[in-house]
Design a protein around this ligand. Sequence first.
Ligand code: UD1
Length: 370
Amino acid sequence: MKILVTGGAGFIGSHLVDKLVKLGHNVIIFDNLTKQVHPSGIPDYLNLKATFIRGDVRNKNKLKDVVKKVDAIYHFSAAVGVGQSQYEISKYVDVNIKGTANLLDILVNEKHRVKKVIVASSMSIYGEGMYKCKKCGKVKPEIRDYKNEKITSWEPLCPFCRGELKPIPTDEDTPLKSNSIYAITKKEQEEMSLLIGKTYGIPVVSLRFFNVYGPRQSLSNPYTGVCAIFLSRIKNNNPPVIFEDGLQTRDFIWVGDIVNACVLALQKEKANYQIFNVGSGKPVSIRKIAEVLIKLLNKDLKPEITYKFRKGDVRHCYADISKIKRKLGFKIETKLEDGLKKLINWSKKEKAEDKFKYAEKQLKEKGLVK
Ligand code: UD1
């Protein structure tokens, strides 16, 4: 098959390209090599067996030329910083929504032979995950907002009885309460793609990725995910900086497992027009991630716990992965402990410029950390 991967030079996209090439596909990478992620231009890991086209999804004409050549598309190019999206609004809307709109316009109005489109969605579109209240049952709390109050507890309360809550797995039917521009753009992207796919009979699959970690996540991009930021801090002998009390949890999934899910989404007809969570199904605290990384890197550091709130952050969200297991036969292959070890091994030869303080200053200036 001839397959286009937009964002194919990025963290997840490049691993997917490697796998598709290995499976014997003919792959075209379409990527604008954005400076924030690729400060030194074309990354050395780029698969030489794939065709590389430098291009931006905001440039419809350039995108049109590649779309016309392929049988399937993974649409993975996106601006991905949750915090950054709150003050670079038009950029995030342009890249994530307009870029997707360009792709859909091409699919609807041009001659092509595309038989499947897979879009990268995100767990962030849920807002808070699902919880259980002893009295009220399954509930979805509001996103926390500590506007005028003194923070006495980091845990969200039951929206009905204000009682205590326990996080439970979040499934695909959970109502969406996006709470960042990034999340809104991902939600729009997913909805637009599925709608146009169904309307015109082009099979679309939306994969809601949870917190992906692994090699090639930029160690010098302070707007990236927490694992890479912590790793960069620790490698530079700086303590990882933790928001809240560090007991907030996320669902971390190894990039190789994400790639397996992407391949299943292409291969299986049962995936068509469906939405799938792609996570490990297990919650892990942010403090634990910091401690394990410090230990694995053998450093004498202690995480710096700020007890500060990064506006918009959810407290807990982890995936219910029963749908993808049942329908596509998905299985997690790499456990967190093994994945983190592999991540550390990779990072040893990598340059890591710690720009965390700069990004934190920006958040503070915009009033996004309380
Ligand atoms: C992340 C990704 C998002 C992706 C989503 C699901 C980023 C910036 N966010 O969102 O693109 O769609 O997963 O895959 O890549 N934290 C700290 N210290 C730090 C950084 C973060 O304590 O230096 C905490 C945050 O407050 C939060 C948690 O770690 O509680 C996770 O943050 P982050 O990695 O930014 O991820 P998400 O917002 O979950």
